[in-house]
Design a protein around this ligand. Sequence first.
Ligand code: HEM
Length: 135
Amino acid sequence: MPTLTKLYSMKEAALHNTPDDCWIVVDGKIYDVTKYLEDHPGGADVLLEVTGKDGTEEFEDAGHSKDAKKLMQDYFIGELDLDETPEIPEMEVFRKEQDMDFGSKLVAYAVQYWAIPVAAVGISAVVAILYARRK
Ligand code: HEM
């Protein structure tokens, strides 16, 4: 049966960074270790130090046993949302016309909107031809 894994952003995970509410991120997975802090053989401090950031390197450096990795599953609560949309820095809106004098602006607009008068002339020509034929 498929299981639904809850996804959390790093921002959300980082909010749980106190001894009363402590989440850690290891290898893209999120663990709520609040209840494990006091029992962790490596101490509570090392876990508290990695809240709010990726603790994968520290976890690997400690050289955890297979049993430790199995035990982790008891604290697994979800995965890191890798598709999380990064914040887009505000862009400075720049319009080419801003720095132009009137003549250049006119040329720029003519180049940009040439299709409108051409279409108007074309439609008028078609109407004129149809009108002339009716007579
Ligand atoms: C749910 C997550 C974790 C679990 C279940 C866990 C479990 C354990 C266990 C069972 C041990 C005893 C040694 C062993 O069996 O490998 C241990 C030791 C240790 N752990 Fe963790 N651990 C977790 C996360 C972390 C993290 C994120 C760090 C680092 C920031 C860390 C650092 C250490 C250290 C430094 C030791 C002590 C090694 C020693 O003194 O020999 N642990 N951990």
